[in-house]
Design a protein around this ligand. Sequence first.
Ligand code: NAD
Length: 476
Amino acid sequence: MSAQLETSQQLSDLLKQHRKATDEQGVVDVDTRKRRLQTAIDLLVDHHEELCAAIDKDFGGRHTGFSLMNDILGSLGSLKHARDNLEQWVGSESRQVFSPYDQMGAQAWVQYKPKGTVGIMGTWNAPLFTLFSPLASVLSAGNRAVLKPSEVVPHTAQVLAKIVAECFDPLDVAVITGGVEVSQAFAGMPFDHLVFTGSTEVGKKIMRAAADNLVPVTLELGGKSPVIISETADVREAARRLAIAKGMNGGQLCISPDRIYVPVAAQDEFVSAFCETYSALYPTVEDNPDFTAVVNVQHLARVAGYVAQAQEEGAEVVRCPDVPVPAVGRKHPLSIVINPPLLSDIMQQEIFGPALVLLTYSDVKHVVQEINQGERPLALYYFGEDEAEQNYVLNHTLSGGVTLNDALMHAAMEEAPFGGVGASGMGHYHGRDGFLEFSHARTVFKSAPVDPRGEWGMLPPFSEHFTPGLITQVTR
Ligand code: NAD
């Protein structure tokens, strides 16, 4: 079989071979798991230049420094953390046996078994991270994997397919490339678990397709991550940190700040401080290698359309840096859209690009109510020094994760789960939580040599004392 996969028939044949290899292998020992993780680490270290160049080409402008930080180092962080900690995760755990069997020598434990083969569908915005970070958890749990890179970044997908085929045994990790039809076929394959990173809309289709084979899914989806700037916040510092976060990848991050709630009195100070930082980071746009382009014309038109519609409907738009929108190319200055109408697209759709919404408020409880009227977001950010208010926000909202007094940071925690809730997804990866996500927790009960049930009158034919005896145990 060719190591590079392009058709669903090839994938189907490979999955049969994976299943046979899994059944024959039995235990996947720590050394095997570490070897697979190390292969992924070596692959990224050896080929980072080629991979970053491919990402730059696909985006039509993405700085190598950002690709190194986000995709190479981000993935290496997850892989090394798994390699260096999995020994503490893999062992069986003994569990307390119920009475009176505990007294008779019965034993019980939970084994964390590899599920088998996990399909991982990545997205274009973080084309390596969304494949390799879940892969770290998948391999630490002893699974095999097939990766499906996004067709929106075809050069990256091709380079990745080539180097994975060179470095990995396809029975450990393989890549399949192709467009939406291949993704559709992929989602309908009988994997033992499927990880999908992408939009909420496509996530629903993935779950429907996976249901046909009862394949469990981890869905890493998007949403409109809100930011609350408290009256107690240092507004200038909050604006500075948010400008840094929003500039990352040209706003094309799943946890990018999407709408920012600012106290009415702080609006001007916030906008001016935000633009000051953003314009210092990106004094120019069109010719600026530090500025990440929007990935393609469709996404550019989508984001520009949101901004134009809101402006037509009366919203104020501030651009930073304050330069004209270039006629050509896909690098546009950031648009801050102030108080757009509730039903405008920019208020309803995830922005995922160089724009954000600024909403002024006078009561933080109304802000929480408004957030709760929408779908559960992937991230939530709160800036402020009032601990009671901070706890109010934490206690009355639900989101995939939270960063306080900054943005994006919680997602970099290898020791803590990363994932969404509700419309922003289900399941998670990173660390021990990721290991558990891709393991089957199998309970094993080992019986005691003696079986006292007959002697105790617990077996038919039941004596006249059997039911009254049980009734005495129906207690609170
Ligand atoms: P998308 O959902 O539009 O597309 C994702 C992939 O789905 C595509 O590459 C395509 O091949 C496939 N696809 C399309 N239709 C399909 C179908 N019917 N069946 C099976 N597969 C199908 O998302 P995108 O544009 O690639 O990525 C942007 C989205 O991803 C945003 O919503 C963003 O928030 C989210 N995202 C989430 C995370 C996270 O970790 N939660 C990370 C990055 C991006």
